[in-house]
Design a protein around this ligand. Structure first.
Ligand SMILES: NC(=O)c1ccc[n+]([C@@H]2O[C@H](COP(=O)([O-])OP(=O)(O)OC[C@H]3O[C@@H](n4cnc5c(N)ncnc54)[C@H](OP(=O)(O)O)[C@@H]3O)[C@@H](O)[C@H]2O)c1
Length: 268
C-alpha cells in the first residue's frame, strides 16, 4: 500500500514585520514559498499592508501583534506561534528572524533606567526568550537570523543603549550557534548600517549626506538588500555557516569616514 507523502511546509517567523526591513524580509521569504508569521508592535495598518501584499501574490501570512518590551508580550507571541503550528500539522518552524527593535536611543546623559530597560528588553531579551520558547518547535535544518547593527561595531555615544543592545545580540548569536549546533540548527546575524526603512529622515538631504559618510561604498542600504542577505543565511547555500555576521552596511563597520586619509604617511 502506498502512503501519501506528508508535505512539510516551511514557516518563517519575522518579528517587526511592520517596519521597513521586516516588511521586505516577509515578502522575500513569502516569494520563496514560506508561510509567513509576521509579528508587529503597534502599527496595524503597516502590518495589514504587508499581509495584503503577500496574499495578493498568492502567499500565506498570519499577523500577530505583541509588545516585545514586556515578558507577557514575548510569551504571548510564543503561545500564538505554537497555536498556528499545532493547528497546521504540515507546518514546521524553519526560520526565526529576530528583527524587531527600538532604534535611536537617547544619549548617555539623557538615558533613564526605564529607557535602558526597554531597549535591552526589545532588542536583546526578546530574541533570547523567543528563541528559548520556540526552539522545541525547530528541528535539524532550521535556523535563526538575528538583525544586528553596525552600531555594535564602533562607538555611538549618541545611541549608546541601542549600540549596547546590539553588541549583546551578537554575543547571543555566537553562544546560541554553539549551543544549537548539536541539533543541526544554525544561528547567524546580519549587520545593516543605515537602511531606508521609510522614516522621513531618509528624504532629507543633510540627513542622507551624514548617513552616507559611514559607508565606504557611500549611500544607504535598501531593505531588499538586507532581506536578500537574511535569506542567504537561512538557505541551504549557507549550510556550513553558523555563528557568523554578514555585513550589509556598505562597509560601515570598517570604521572609515569620508575624507579620512588612508595613512598618517600622507600627512608627513
Ligand atoms: N534602518 C536602519 O538604518 C537600521 C540600521 C541598522 C540596523 N537596523 C536594524 O534592522 C532591524 C529593523 O529595523 P527597521 O529599520 O526596519 O526599523 P523600523 O522600521 O523602525 O521597524 C521596527 C520594527 O520593530 C517593531 N518594534 C519596535 N518596538 C517594539 C516593541 N516594543 N514590541 C514589538 N515590536 C516592536 C516595530 O513594530 P511597530 O512599528 O508595529 O510598533 C517595527 O515592526 C532592527 O533590528 C534595527 O535595529 C536598522
Amino acid at each position: 500500500m502506498l502512503h501519501a507523502e506528508t508535505k512539510r511546509v516551511k514557516v518563517a517567523l519575522i518579528t517587526g514585520a511592520s517596519g521597513g526591513i521586516g516588511a521586505s524580509v516577509s515578502k522575500t521569504f513569502s516569494a520563496k514559498g514560506y508561510v509567513i508569521i509576521a509579528h508587529y508592535g503597534s502599527r496595524t495598518s503597516k502590518a495589514n499592508e504587508v499581509a495584503r501584499d503577500i496574499e495578493a501574490s498568492g502567499g500565506i501570512c498570519y499577523l500577530v501583534s505583541s509588545d516585545l518590551s514586556t515578558d507577557t508580550g514575548v510569551s504571548d507571541l510564543i503561545d500564538r506561534v505554537k497555536k498556528i503550528l499545532s493547528e497546521n500539522p504540515t507546518y514546521h518552524l524553519s526560520t526565526l528572524i529576530n528583527n524587531a527593535a527600538k532604534l535611536l536611543s537617547p544619549s548617555f546623559a539623557e538615558t533613564e533606567y526605564s529607557d535602558f530597560d526597554s531597549y535591552i528588553a526589545v532588542n536583546t531579551k526578546a530574541p533570547f526568550f523567543l528563541t528559548q520558547g520556540l526552539i522545541e518547535n525547530m528541528s535539524t535544518g532550521a535556523c535563526i537570523v538575528n538583525v544586528s547593527s553596525a552600531s555594535a561595531h564602533f562607538s555611538s555615544p549618541g545611541d549608546i543603549t541601542y549600540a549596547i543592545s546590539k553588541a549583546a545580540l551578537e554575543s547571543l548569536t555566537r553562544n546560541l550557534a554553539e549551543l544549537l549546533a548539536p541539533r543541526g540548527i544554525r544561528v547567524n546575524a546580519v549587520i545593516p548600517g543605515f537602511t531606508d526603512n521609510g522614516h522621513p529622515g531618509f528624504d532629507k538631504k543633510p540627513v542622507l549626506e551624514y548617513m552616507s559618510t559611514f559607508s565606504v561604498l557611500g549611500g544607504v542600504s535598501e531593505p531588499e538588500t538586507v532581506a536578500d542577505a537574511i535569506f542567504f543565511l537561512a538557505s541551504d547555500k549557507s549550510k556550513r555557516t553558523t555563528g557568523t555576521f554578514l555585513d550589509v552596511s556598505g562597509g560601515s563597520i570598517l570604521g572609515a569616514r569620508a575624507g579620512r586619509k588612508h595613512s598618517v604617511k600622507e600627512l608627513l
